[in-house]
Design a binder for this molecule. Sequence first.
Ligand code: AMP
Ligand code: GLY
Length: 419
Amino acid sequence: MNILIIGNGGREYAIALKLKSEKNVSNLYFAPGNGATSKLGKNLKVKDYHELANFAKENNIDLTIVGPEAPLSEGVVDIFKEYGLLIFGPSKSAARLEGSKAFMKDFLARNGIKTAKYLNTDDFDRASKFIDSLNVPIVVKADGLCAGKGVIIAKTKEEAKSSAKEMLSGESFGDAGKCVVVEEFLDGFELSFFAICDGENFVSLPVAQDHKRLLDNDEGPNTGGMGAYAPSPLATTKLIKQVEEEVVKPTLKGMKSEGYPFCGVLFVGLMVVNDEPYVLEFNVRFGDPECEVLMPLIDGNLSEILLNAAKGELKEVKLKNEFAVGVVMASKNYPYSSTPKAKIEVLKVPQNSHIAYAGVSEENGEIYADGGRVLVCVGVAKSIKEARDRAYELCENVKFQGSQYRKDIAWQMLGKDKK
Ligand code: AMP
Ligand code: GLY
């Protein structure tokens, strides 16, 4: 198979690394890819999705996999389908589950799926009245895509009101904040639940836990995610069943009956409160860094799984009986500002560990840290502790100037005693 992967992060690298190990995969292409994906396949530079679809036609691409949310929300799947190409990911209409928080919240309400009490509005007075009816803390979210930054957890009603006002005026997030969602704060623990869907049927993947804050002990600013592990024992068999029955099934049924069946990865961001799963958000793609720990746990053939899903003929997925831990190494100024390039040196890659490259560029065959989340060190083992130890052993062997990483990934299972 010839496969095209859209995206340039560690998630796309991790997908490619898994595909690369499969006998039936011949060529991999990336649009645009990063400085390390060029070692796994060919990076493409194209100006738009039509040019990319033409490339796919001319180069006999059998399957296209979309990594990030932006191309999905921009309708890349619809365009590829117009060209008669097979592509794994939701249509533009279905991608609204992530692209519009207002759409997502109303969809949950229409379909009887548990979520935090909320109000969607573009009117400040209504937002203000609703804020007065809630207890603090209060959550205020911009409606549109804000790269994970459009969520304010306000400690006072005044702060909630001023955040809503700034968003509605377009000051904070431009058009993405012209409609806001105000919601009650849910106090529990978060899980990342993934289901591969073909429009009607689904298979669940191991449940992961992300670490969104920059610093140890969940302190510092929110980031795209500083590390993940899977499967999380916090997701009991009972909880998984409950999410499948009460969230995933009604979502697929509702999306189909409303006219936009969901094909792709349904990533349910859950808050578990007193053993009950509430949907915090939907994403319509693999999480990053969750994908980096999920890929090594898939025993079956990923190319076949995603091809069948794209055709609407999803089959079972075999999983390994192992754990994976991924530790993100970020550049010095992440998540505040850019960082000058720095050469990456890998002294040693211990057994059962590997690197998923993200924010990197290539020059004369050398790989450079190029800002943001640079790479993920992944360890795989029969226990979370061993997997964590392997991931950190690898981190100690990866050197670049200004690197930073959390030392407590998987603390929820291993306790706060740091490595
Ligand atoms: P979102 O982009 O909606 O996932 O929000 C980003 C982060 O904000 C989540 O991962 C949670 O940590 C937090 N968050 C969002 N909504 C709520 C809520 N209703 N209650 C508590 N925390 C929340
Ligand atoms: N790690 C969270 C996300 O990908 O949205």
